[in-house]
Ligand binder design. Sequence first.
Ligand code: PRP
Ligand code: URA
Length: 208
Amino acid sequence: MKMIQDLSDHPLVQHYLTILRDQRTQASEFRRCSRGITEVIMVEAARLLALESMEVTTPLEVTQGARLSPGVVFVPILRAGLGMLEPAMSIIPGSSVGYIGLERDEVTAEASCYYAKMPDLSASTQVFVLDPMLATGGSAAQCVAQIKAHGAKRVCMVCVIAAPEGLAAFQKEHPDVPVIAGKIDRQLNERKYILPGLGDFGDRLFNT
Ligand code: PRP
Ligand code: URA
């Protein structure tokens, strides 16, 4: 798997992302499209999942099959990552969930942690961090550092939009962590918002 993936050649990603970007899109439609785009991105991220082989008996004979290995954990970064949690869980059954609350300072854009609750993590756990916007990469990097400190070694960042500057900073800190994004956008503005982006994901999702 490539360490950075941009899925914007997918027609469904382009469709949902265009509606998410549109400033006229209201919260209910924004939520529907967050769900749609997350499902597409998660199907791709699911290529990282480990399988256990098993036999299955069809109505005609016994054949070789496979089932997902247990130990998949989603960690949405609050708040905006919550918009990705339900669709992600619907794609990968039997998962557990941890939470990290991170908020960017409006002036410095530095993220600080206000909440964390993790399930048991081990070297074999596959963790998917859910955060729709990877801007400076600070929130993602802090979250992954906490997850690694809990013992996880297999971590993947799942985003809707990422900025090139943030991706570079994130990769420098976590070169072992793949990032799967719906789209890698052009750049950050002076307030560290992504351009063209979609504005503040959390505000648009929660109508605040
Ligand atoms: C947003 C977004 C990411 C973070 C990305 O959260 O959801 O978590 O910014 O920015 P970074 O890459 O520069 O760290 P925000 O702090 O606005 O909180 P919210 O989700 O509660 O709105
Ligand atoms: N967080 C957002 O919600 N949007 C951005 O453009 C940057 C950070």
